[in-house]
Design a protein around this ligand. Structure first.
Ligand code: ADP
Ligand code: MG
Length: 288
């Protein structure tokens, strides 16, 4: 039989857009020592806005950078894609067709546009492929940056900015009060990750983490004796959510994330995540 305390707590939770799929996951909330957060859409609002466009040579203008990027991004559902498409629509730039679209997992996307091979990729991808990063990038501190690479040469980049959710600082502070560490795990670049972690007072961060590495990071923490909860929304997050002691799928993200996680929160507000864990702790304290 399900103890009454749980039945009542679960019913209460359902009203707040919470689904506890795996009761053990909720019971385990009291043991959590570390909460690993995804960034985009949980700690941040999740809306990227284009803040800067840079073309490397004078023969190319900013509109051309955007136009080529948009050709690829119209096939993507990443928040970066949404931000770029929005800018292109504002400027009323006509988007060309892309063929042979391919996602480079955790690093960007590629396709053929007007007979050229185009990629929109992360700084990490550029480094790995020994394509040099220009110095001007330093100015775009704490921005998410994607490079437009045409036939193997970087043509320029687009910087995008997302904003922190106002609730995030308090959520992290509350965790600290309860002696729970907070860690940021993101595919975004190091500067962005460092800036977010610092502004929120988080204990540490892992940046440029590829989807398959997310799972490894969770395992590493567990090996060090941490009891780990993790939030995530994407298909990419599913294996790590399954590995975490408590996996929390947030927001209206992917069905796969929701299927894998023990707990589903309709809201992706970090305060709800923290409250959920404290609520789990309180519930099981009552039973002992
Ligand atoms: P996260 O979910 O932590 O943001 P992702 O794996 O979704 O991580 O993305 C990691 C990085 O890969 C992004 O910061 C970006 O540099 C690159 N990337 C992913 N998808 C796209 C896309 N559609 N367009 C451009 N870059 C992308
Ligand atoms: Mg994601």
């Amino acid at each position: 039989a399900v103890p009454l305390v749980i039945a009542k707590s679960t019913a209460q939770s359902a009203k707040n857009g919470l689904l506890i799929k795996n009761r053990t996951a909720f019971e385990n909330a009291r043991k959590i020592t570390t909460l690993v957060f995804d960034k985009t859409g949980t700690l941040t609002v999740g809306k990227f806005e284009v803040s800067k466009i840079v073309a490397y040579d004078t023969a190319t203008d900013e509109q051309e950078i955007l136009r080529l990027a948009a050709a690829l991004e119209q096939n993507s559902e990443h928040p970066i894609a949404t931000g770029i498409i929005q800018k292109v629509k504002e400027l009323e730039i006509k988007i060309p067709q892309a063929r042979n679209f391919n996602a480079i997992t955790g690093k960007g996307i590629e396709a053929d546009v007007e007979g050229k091979q185009v990629k929109v990729v992360s700084p990490g991808y550029l480094k790995e492929n020994n394509l040099t990063l220009p110095d001007t990038l330093e100015a775009d501190d704490a921005s998410t940056v994607v490079f437009v690479v045409v036939d193997g040469s970087p043509l320029g980049y687009i910087a995008l900015a997302d904003t922190l959710r106002p609730e995030s600082v308090e959520a992290i502070q509350t965790l600290h009060k309860h002696d729970i560490k907070s860690i940021l795990l993101t595919g975004d670049n190091k500067k962005v990750a460092a800036s977010v972690a610092k502004k929120l007072g988080m204990d540490s961060f892992f940046a440029e983490v590829l989807p398959h590495q997310k799972l490894e990071k969770i395992k590493e923490l567990q090996t060090k004796g941490e009891y780990v909860a993790m939030t995530g929304d994407g298909v990419n997050d599913a294996p790590a959510l399954a590995q975490a002691d408590v996996g929390i799928a947030v927001g209206s993200g992917s069905d796969i994330a929701a299927e894998t996680a023990g707990i589903v929160l309709v809201n992706s507000n970090p305060k709800d995540v923290v409250n959920l864990i404290l609520f789990g702790k309180a519930t099981y304290r009552k039973m002992i």
